[in-house]
Every structure is written in structure tokens, then in C-alpha cells.
Design a protein around this ligand. Structure first.
Ligand SMILES: NC(=O)C1=CN([C@@H]2O[C@H](COP(=O)(O)OP(=O)(O)OC[C@H]3O[C@@H](n4cnc5c(N)ncnc54)[C@H](OP(=O)(O)O)[C@@H]3O)[C@@H](O)[C@H]2O)[C@@H](O)CC1
Ligand SMILES: Nc1ncnc2c1ncn2[C@@H]1O[C@H](COP(=O)(O)OP(=O)(O)O)[C@@H](O)[C@H]1O
Ligand SMILES: [K+]
Length: 556
């Protein structure tokens, strides 16, 4: 399991390791520099074979210190290395200063000069060691001008110049994935503003990835991410296994990251996510896997609910019933087979279509915004545990079920319980938590903000996106990134969210399902896996149909 450490957590880990006497700061810096050189050679083996030319751009802190180590190690390999320092050598922190001084025994460290840098000899590799986790404000213009990917055009064959970012592309905030901008520098629509256009070809970070590598602009700017082990493993607080009590401090990255390119490779039985998905054993009964009720909208508005219902059934619910207004029964009947169908006009009569063996409700997709939806949500939330499940039925609230409470979210928060999950996209999130949505736009970490939302609502909250964050009121947080080699751009299609709501409900409705946050995390992973398995041309209806293939590869 990978924990995503913030800048402060990383600094605390480093200090603890140094204070324990097991390692010095200089040793860590040496390992960091070595890690970058190793990653460079692994990524582009041709660079390992012969000597090349590097332009190493160092900043005023320890990120710059790593740069001086890299310069020395490349020079030792026979490379020609040009080094520029943004800042003053006398002001470098001690370890960076030591590596600067060691470098200038054999090479030069030129003062930063944009024209001089861009008119110098063409490098094969640019090393961006200007700012790492210590970035505190927007990138200075003279740094941005050199790091901008267009800057490479000053040289011939610029497309073949590789840029390696040390810890992160400078300008990226590793806690939140934002790039701070000067207040008067709003992004012109046509071109990325300074800082955001610092796109690396390879980013090498240390010990563990940071949230900002996966949130917001992180994947776009980091492009490819490698993690160098700098020997801090033994000092990390090993929480390890999914299922341990929530760690309110550290977010975890949903893995495995690298599974599921075009041809699915089977995962070891018993590993995540199969370890948390309900198993089908011989002799099992359909009620062992739960009865899920999905509510659909009125006449002509049933598609979203039907997709959610089918996703719930494919995800593993033993029975799924679609409940719709009676006027819409005929149109739904013409489209459904394995999914059962009941008509309900008066939300107060929920008991007529949902007996106490119902273990899950999914409300929102296509349901319509208004008092009827509110009443249905309140009726579902009022349900107590049934005879087969010692827990209350899970309630997944998505789309219109959320928007129906936009005027007074507190009413909703007063009624949700620990088996409730809200699955907003950004727009729906802003309707329920306007101040928190504003905070994300203002560069607060999405992880922290969704944590606050879960604490305020008193239930699990899942904020959708290419970076999906799931948190519970205790502060546990998982980040699922459909990025790097798990990018799933095909999911940007109408109805994909409806399917996700159904998948979460289908998994969590099982009486033997894992904790809600864990089931939701598995559902998000499966959802992306289905999209990746299907690939281009995907429409939302394809997602549930792809599930059997993905589940088979999990040896379930
Ligand atoms: N922690 C670990 O375990 C390990 C860490 N390692 C490495 O250390 C890196 C962190 O080093 P770091 O803390 O010195 O921060 P870093 O990113 O070099 O920047 C700080 C300097 O930049 C300045 N500054 C900031 N923003 C600015 C701006 N916009 N414009 C101008 N100046 C600005 C800031 O100035 P100040 O804000 O203090 O005025 C300060 O001088 C980390 O990313 C990794 O590469 C590895 O060696 C191995 C183990
Ligand atoms: N570019 C993308 N990469 C990965 N996942 C995406 C992307 N765009 C959308 N998604 C996912 O697709 C789903 C879209 O949900 P939502 O916005 O509710 O759409 P809809 O209302 O059309 O169903 C979410 O699960 C979201 O995380
Ligand atoms: K950097």
C-alpha cells in the first residue's frame, strides 16, 4: 500500500531518520541524486550507454542540493554538465551548500541568466532541480521562462531533449497539485500561464509519491512518475494493510496502479481488490449478496436509473429492483429482464416495494430534483437493519438526490448515517459544500477538503473526477487517480457517474461487504478498469458489460 505524504509529513520523516542517527541529511541527498540518475538511465537506456550533455538547473534549497549531486554523478559518467543556480551559493542550506562546494571543485555553477541559459549548448537532458516540496509562492518569471516547455525550442532538435524533474516539476505544489499564480496572472484561455507549462518527461520523487503528483495538474505536469527509494522505508510508520483503522493523517493511493492495460493479466488471488470483494461460494443464496433497490425517474427519464441498476447487478448484488413511478412502468418493463421492476408513486409507501431484506438503496441518477426525491431519500435513510444484515441498508446518494438538498444541505446531513455515501461530481459538491468547493479552487488540497466534507456531513463522501477522493468522517482518505498508466479518458462520457453509483451500491449491498469506504474504493477501481479494458468508443452502457471480464481477471 502506498501512503501519500505531504511536504510536512515528508520533512518529519526525514528529520526523524536523521535524529535517530541512522542516516545523515547528506546521505539522503546523495541517495536522492543517485535515484534520479538511476531512473534517468532506466527510463532511457540509451542515455546510460554513452556520455551526453546535461543542463542542470538548481534552486536555492535542498532541491537544488539534489541538482548538484546529479551534476556530479553525471560528470563522473563522462557527461558534459552545465549548472545554473537560481539564488546565492552563500544562502544555500548546509547540505545543499556542501554539494555545491563539492561540485565547484571540478565544475562551474553559473548565476541564473535566462538568455545565457537558452543560448548555451544544446543539452540532451534538462534537470529541473529548482523547487521541490519547499515551494512557497508562485514561480518567479525568470525561472518560468527557462522551464516553460517552449523554452526548449531555442535549441535544434528540441523535441528530443528530455526534461527530468527532481521531486516535481518546479512550480507544482506537491500537497495539492495546484500551481500557484501571481494574483494578477489569470490564465489566458489559449496558453498555459508560466509555471503550468513546466511539463516534465520524467519526474523522480523520493520515498513515496506525494498527493500533488496525482491531484489536479500533477499528472499533466509530471507526465511519468518514478519513485526512488532513499532508505527511509524502515522508518516509515508502517500502517500497511487496507482494513486497519483509518489514519486521519495520511491519505492512501488506490492500487494496484499498473494493472489492466488492453490485455488483462490475472492478479494473485487474495490480493486487493479481490480480497475486499464479496466471494461467491458454493451453496450461496442470492440474498447472501444483498437486495439493492435503485430508484428511476419518471416517463422518459429512466435510462440513468436502469444503467445504475444493471451496474449494481453485475457488480454483485444478488437481486436488484428498479423502482419507478407507476406511469413509467411500461417503458422500463420493455428494457429490463434480470433487473426486477416495481412501481411506486407515494414515497411514504416504500415498505410496499422494499421489504426488510433490502440491504441497499441507490438514489439520484435521473430521479429529478424536487420534493419527491427528497422524500424518497429520507425514506431510504430512515430504514433500520433488516433480518439478514446486522447493519443498516447502504444508501448511495448521487446526482439529483444531492441537488434536491442544495437549498438546505443541513437537512440531509442530519439524516445520513454511517452507511451513507454521497458521490457528487464537482458541480454537485459545490451545491452541498459551497465554501469547501471554493477552497479547492483557492488551492486547498482536495483530500483535506473532502475530509472536511465527510466530517460535516457525517458520512462517506466521494468526490468524482480523474482524481477521485473518498473520505469518511474519521478522516480516512483514499485517492484514486485515473492517471499515468491508468488514465481512462473514455470515462468522460454521459452516464459514467450513474454506473459508478450502481457499482458502489451493488458491492456495498452485500451483507458481507467490506467497510463502505473500502467497497467504494474497490468500485471506483473496477469502474476505471472496465473503461480501460473496453477502451476507445466506450459509452456508459458498456461499463457494466465489461465487469465480468475484469472480475474474472481478479480470480473471483
Ligand atoms: N525531505 C526529504 O526527506 C528529502 C528532501 N530532499 C530534497 O529536498 C527538497 C526540499 O528542499 P527544501 O525544503 O529546501 O525546499 P526546496 O523545494 O528546495 O525550496 C526551498 C527554497 O526555495 C525558496 N522558494 C520557494 N518558493 C520560491 C519561489 N516561488 N520563488 C523563490 N524562491 C522560492 C525558499 O525560500 P523561502 O520561501 O524560504 O524564502 C527556499 O529557499 C525536496 O523537494 C527534495 O528534492 C532530498 O534531498 C532527499 C530527502
Ligand atoms: N477524464 C476522466 N478520467 C477518468 N475518469 C473520468 C474522467 N472524466 C470523468 N470521469 C469519471 O466518470 C464519471 C463521471 O461521472 P459524472 O460526472 O457524474 O457523469 P454523469 O452525470 O454523466 O454520469 C466519474 O466517475 C468520473 O470520475
Ligand atoms: K524540481
Amino acid at each position: 500500500m502506498t501512503e501519500l505524504l505531504t511536504a510536512n509529513q515528508m520533512r518529519a520523516l526525514e528529520s526523524a531518520a536523521i535524529e535517530s542517527g541512522k542516516v545523515t541529511g547528506l546521505e539522503l541527498m546523495e541517495r536522492a541524486g543517485q535515484g534520479v540518475v538511476d531512473a534517468l538511465c532506466n527510463n532511457w537506456p540509451e542515455l546510460a550507454e554513452t556520455a551526453h550533455r546535461a543542463l542542470v538547473l538548481c534552486g536555492p534549497g535542498n532541491n537544488g542540493g539534489d541538482g548538484f549531486v546529479i551534476a556530479r554523478l553525471l560528470a563522473d559518467r563522462g557527461w558534459q554538465v552545465d549548472v545554473f543556480l537560481y539564488g546565492k551559493a552563500e544562502k544555500l542550506p548546509p547540505d545543499a551548500r556542501a554539494n555545491h562546494d563539492r561540485w565547484i571543485e571540478t565544475g562551474e555553477a553559473h548565476q541564473w541568466d535566462v538568455d545565457l541559459i537558452l543560448s548555451g549548448a544544446r543539452p540532451d537532458v534538462i534537470v529541473d532541480a529548482v523547487f521541490g516540496i519547499g515551494l512557497t509562492r508562485p514561480l518567479p518569471g525568470e525561472v518560468a521562462r527557462v522551464l516553460d516547455h517552449h523554452a526548449r525550442e531555442s535549441w535544434k532538435n528540441w523535441m528530443r531533449i528530455r526534461k527530468v524533474a527532481v521531486d516535481c516539476p518546479s512550480g507544482l505544489n506537491l500537497d495539492n497539485g495546484h500551481v500557484p499564480l501571481e494574483p494578477d496572472m489569470e490564465a489566458p484561455a489559449s496558453e498555459p500561464p508560466p509555471g503550468r507549462s513546466n511539463i516534465a518527461d520524467l519526474t523522480v520523487t523520493f520515498h513515496t509519491p506525494k498527493p500533488g503528483h496525482y491531484l489536479e495538474l500533477g499528472p499533466l505536469m509530471s507526465r511519468h512518475l518514478a519513485v526512488a527509494d532513499i532508505g527511509l522505508r524502515g522508518d516509515a510508520m508502517e500502517r500497511g494493510i487496507i482494513g486497519l483503522p483509518a489514519d486521519p493523517e495520511r491519505a492512501r493511493l488506490t492500487e494496484p496502479k499498473h494493472f489492466g492495460a488492453a490485455g488483462l493479466t490475472a492478479l494473485e488471488p487474495g490480493t486487493w481488490p479481490s480480497s475486499v470483494l464479496p466471494k461467491r461460494r458454493g451453496g450461496a443464496h442470492k440474498y447472501d449478496f444483498g437486495h439493492l433497490i435503485v430508484f428511476a425517474g419518471g416517463v422518459g427519464r429512466g435510462g440513468a436509473g436502469r444503467m445504475a441498476a444493471r451496474a449494481g447487478l453485475r457488480a454483485g448484488a444478488g437481486l436488484v429492483t428498479l423502482v419507478c413511478p407507476k406511469a413509467a412502468l411500461m417503458e422500463n418493463a420493455m428494457q429490463l429482464n434480470a433487473v426486477m421492476l416495481r412501481g411506486l408513486d407515494d414515497p411514504n409507501l416504500l415498505g410496499e416495494v422494499a421489504d426488510d431484506r433490502v440491504s441497499g438503496f441507490c438514489l439520484g441518477p435521473g430521479l429529478g430534483v424536487g420534493t419527491r426525491t427528497r422524500a424518497l431519500v429520507q425514506a431510504a435513510l430512515a430504514r433500520k437493519a433488516g433480518e439478514r444484515d446486522w447493519r443498516r441498508p447502504v444508501v448511495v446518494l448521487d446526482a439529483d438526490a444531492l441537488t434536491s438538498f442544495a437549498d438546505d444541505p443541513e437537512t440531509l446531513f442530519a439524516e445520513v448515517h454511517e452507511r451513507t455515501i454521497l458521490t457528487p461530481h464537482e458541480g454537485e459538491f459545490a451545491r452541498l459544500f459551497p465554501d469547501l468547493a471554493e477552497a479547492v479552487r483557492g488551492a486547498k488540497s482536495k483530500i483535506d477538503v473532502v475530509r472536511e466534507a465527510a466530517a460535516r456531513a457525517g458520512c462517506v463522501v466521494l468526490l468524482k473526477g480523474a482524481d477521485t477522493v473518498i473520505t469518511n468522517p474519521e478522516g480516512a482518505a483514499c485517492l484514486h487517480a485515473a492517471a499515468y498508466d491508468r488514465a481512462a479518458p473514455w470515462l468522460a462520457t454521459a452516464g459514467a457517474g450513474d454506473v459508478l453509483a450502481g457499482m458502489i451500491a451493488g458491492l456495498a449491498a452485500s451483507p458481507v461487504s467490506a467497510d463502505l469506504i473500502v467497497a467504494a474504493e474497490a468500485a471506483v477501481w473496477l469502474h476505471v478498469e472496465c473503461a480501460r479494458s473496453f477502451g476507445p468508443g466506450l459509452i456508459a452502457e458498456d461499463l457494466p458489460e465489461e465487469l465480468p471480464k475484469v472480475l474474472r481477471a481478479l480470480s473471483l
